[in-house]
Design a protein around this ligand. Structure first.
Ligand code: SF4
Length: 355
């Protein structure tokens, strides 16, 4: 059924395949994100068949602001990743497969995981997923390819509420629970990462924690559950609830930990997250750059440009998201344009067209 939802998206949005001619660094929509730690985020696709009511990136068939989706060819992604890992020069890199979609629907997932695992310097391959799209065979493929950990997105164990939160009538949380056991039996570690929506799934945080602890999630120094705070995002889907402050969130987590006698927090040491060399930022805010527009961006009114000239290196080559009137699409496509950089945090470039 999830494939029907993907087909529905394919009919209504442009699906853009990213090949070796496009830099893999520079956007949140696809490719590689380096935030200056030993964790490197790899984003192979923005497609997602669910429509979670709180989705911060407004993914899935019910998205109201997307006009394109991305699928990256595995080879260029792996080539660029190898360069980035080598640049960091450390041996405990965790590559975390996630993105503005559901990586579980990426068609080349085993190949991607196998390739990542073979890069010298990578010690852990993890993936954020809701898991429902797998079965015995496809999970075994992931385990054989070298997937070390699944960060499981799961917000309720109650089937009806889980459907409501996922915005999808066929989402079956009982099947997901079965898959978790299979993944554990295959040697893949799993930790649950539910989003806490106060007033909606409070009791579910208790039930998820009890279940996760019982079935053996979170091995070694990792806790079984890492609860996420709901944060409304400007362009995401929003839920009409009272948003917890960080102070209240941590306080309630501590109370839950004490009540259930289960660890729900972890230090960076326990998660093995530490600072590591960050890729250089070749372009500064306010710089004027030349960019060749190659496609739409994810959100209507965004375009992807390749900043010119290219140096043939993932360390320096960048894409940029260019904000422009959607009606200019035919004029902009394939053209080289002048763009002013307005953001470059963590090498995620946003720019405005200069006329
Ligand atoms: S929260 Fe994740 S699974 Fe849900 S719609 Fe967004 S990207 Fe898809």
């Amino acid at each position: 059924m999830w494939r029907d939802n993907i087909r529905e998206i394919e009919r209504s949005r442009e699906i853009i395949r990213i090949g070796g001619d496009v830099p893999q660094v520079g956007t949140l929509a696809f490719g590689i994100v380096d935030r200056g730690t030993n964790i490197i985020e790899v984003r192979p696709t923005s497609l997602c068949p669910l429509s979670c009511i709180y989705c911060s990136v407004n993914a899935g068939p019910k998205s109201t602001n997307r006009w394109a989706e991305f699928v990256v060819e595995p080879e260029p992604l792996l080539n660029a990743l190898e360069d980035v890992v080598r640049f960091k020069g450390i041996n405990d890199i965790e590559v975390h497969i996630d993105g503005m979609g559901e990586p579980g629907v990426y068609p080349y997932l085993p190949k991607l995981i196998r390739g990542i695992k073979s890069i010298s310097g990578v010690s852990v391959v993890s993936m954020q997923t809701r898991l429902y799209m797998f079965n015995d065979d496809s999970l075994r493929e992931l385990a054989n390819a070298g997937l070390d950990r699944i960060n499981l997105s799961i917000d309720s164990l109650r089937p009806e509420l889980a459907k409501r939160l996922s915005g999808t009538s066929w989402y079956d949380v009982d099947y997901v629970k079965e898959l978790v056991i299979k993944a554990l039996n295959l040697g893949i570690n799993v930790i649950a990462s539910p989003v806490w929506l106060p007033g909606i799934n409070d009791e579910d945080m208790v039930e998820i924690t009890k279940w996760a602890n019982e079935v053996g999630l979170g091995k070694g120094s990792l806790p079984p559950v890492l609860i996420q705070k709901y944060i409304p995002h400007k362009r995401g889907r929003r839920v009409n609830i009272r948003v917890m402050t960080w102070h209240e969130f941590w306080k309630r987590l501590k109370e839950l930990e004490e009540k259930l006698n289960v660890r729900l927090t972890a230090t960076n040491d326990e998660l093995n997250i530490h600072k590591a060399p960050q890729l250089p930022r070749p372009f500064k805010v306010n710089d004027e750059v030349k960019a060749k527009i190659i496609s739409r961006g994810i959100i209507k009114g965004e375009f992807i440009g390749i900043i010119q000239p290219l140096r043939g290196s993932a360390i320096y080559d960048r894409v940029i998201t260019v904000i422009a009137d959607a009606r200019l699409e035919n004029v902009l496509m394939g053209r080289q344009v002048k763009v002013q950089v307005i953001e470059n945090e963590d090498n995620i470039y946003i720019g405005r067209l200069i006329f």
